[in-house]
Design a protein around this ligand. Structure first.
Ligand code: ADP
Length: 402
């Protein structure tokens, strides 16, 4: 996040800790749903377990403060989280999976939490700053249903996170999925895809399929929104059994297990393709003011144009753009062959114009030389904080739409 002169030193220290932690996280996936009870936590837990079984280092963070399920699904209910040297020690579920759930701080796990938004936001930030997570290939976040303070805190603090949206197939659930999709659009977080859970039931006696909650609605919504469909998970009694026993994962061969395996494969393959796409970027544009990364796009004086070949940094040139007029700079950068812009702050209108030109924009990038910024981007370790030109931080003077 961009620090201001009047920012509390405690907040600056927390920001730095979060920045250090996120610098060691390769991918963040936030599991979201429009409604409760659609299997979001079950899916987040199972995806985490499957990824950890594949050898990825996974951190699973339950930020559903009012209705945390992760502890119960993994048999951790009632177990306390320890603190060593001022760092919260996550539960180590297996060699590769670390879990933190707020339930680990409660004396009575059935005690309700009655907190307002700012307190919840503070707790979530603390769970990012003060946990001994170590380096992670995946940070999986189980967020509460809906589009409240908890997912908003993540979207603002981890803008590079991707949303995985879980739904059941019927229209009443899909109506709320559209709200989640609009939330992602408005907060500028990328959508990893939609998972359709409880999609049909294969009768164990007759082998026939029954679409109890209908089927295909999630897939159709994904197609309508032009986002990836990650797969369907059928209704499967072994999912309930595994969850109730606190072993989370569907162990024996079952319809849900093979569906989850396919979903995990699709997630890793899609991420790999995306990263390869980033490596194949032809040219990166970085707005500069006074020779440094410009924290407000509208104030930029020149652009560093960084050529990339086979994932390696080539020539870096500096060019002065034409005078700022709406749409002029995106068109000019497109002419220069730029397909990715790494910016500090940028207004939403400007981001939309870039997208329309097929240029990817990553906002909230923090200082450094153009070479360092481009190198971090290529290595997947680019540090990003809040977008100082977003409407959530209205105190800044920005020139939206440039
Ligand atoms: P959410 O996190 O969306 O509130 P949960 O993951 O807690 O939902 O799941 C709600 C209930 O549905 C749990 O009892 C869980 O075992 C059950 N469930 C989830 N997915 C399936 C499935 N594919 N088949 C059968 N039961 C499921």
């Amino acid at each position: 996040m961009v620090s201001c002169a009047n920012q509390d030193p405690k907040d600056i220290a927390q920001d730095e800790k979060i920045g250090r932690f996120l610098g060691g996280v390769s991918n963040t996936l936030m599991f979201m749903s429009g409604k409760g009870g659609v299997g979001k936590s079950t899916t987040a837990v199972n995806v985490s377990l499957f990824l950890s079984d594949l050898g990825y280092r996974v951190g699973l963070l339950d930020i559903d403060i009012h209705g945390p399920s992760v502890a119960g699904l993994l048999g951790l209910k009632g177990m306390p989280l320890n603190i060593v040297n001022d760092k919260i020690q996550p539960f180590q579920v297996n060699d590769n999976l670390r879990v933190v759930t707020f339930q680990g701080f409660l004396n009575n796990p059935d005690q309700p939490i009655i907190w307002r938004g700012p307190v919840k936001m503070g707790v979530i930030l603390q769970l990012l700053a003060d946990v001994d997570w170590g380096e992670l290939d995946f940070l999986i976040i189980d967020s509460p249903p809906g589009t409240g303070d908890e997912p908003l805190t993540i979207a603002q603090r981890i803008p590079e996170c991707r949303a995985v949206i879980i739904t059941t197939p019927q229209e009443i659930a899909l109506a709320d999925v559209r709200k989640s999709l609009n939330f992602c659009k408005q907060t500028n977080i990328r959508i990893m895809g939609i998972i359709e859970n409880m999609s049909g039931f294969i009768c164990p006696s007759c082998g026939e399929r029954h679409d109890i909650f209908k089927s295909g609605g999630g897939e159709k919504t994904a197609a309508q929104w032009g986002i990836p469909f990650l797969g369907k998970i059928p209704i499967d009694p072994s999912v309930v059994e595994a969850g109730d026993q606190g072993c989370g994962i569907v162990k024996e061969s079952s319809p849900a297990k093979s569906s989850l395996e396919e979903i995990v494969q699709r997630i890793t393959a899609n991420l790999e393709n995306e990263i390869n796409g980033e490596k194949a970027a032809r040219k990166i544009g970085i707005p500069l003011a006074g020779g440094k990364l410009c924290s407000h796009f509208g104030h930029c004086e020149e652009f560093a144009l960084v050529s990339i070949a086979d994932g390696e940094i080539g020539e870096i040139t500096k060019r002065v753009p034409p005078p700022h007029e709406p749409g002029v700079i995106p068109a000019w950068l497109a002419e220069q062959g730029v397909d990715t812009v790494l910016a500090g702050g940028m207004g939403e209108k400007a981001q939309d114009i870039f997208r329309q030109k097929g240029i990817k924009v990553i906002c909230g990038v923090q200082g450094g030389s153009p070479r360092d910024i481009a190198a971090s981007f290529l290595q997947g370790t680019l540090l990003t904080g809040g977008n100082p030109c977003s409407h959530d931080e209205p105190g800044h003077q920005c020139h939206h739409g440039r």
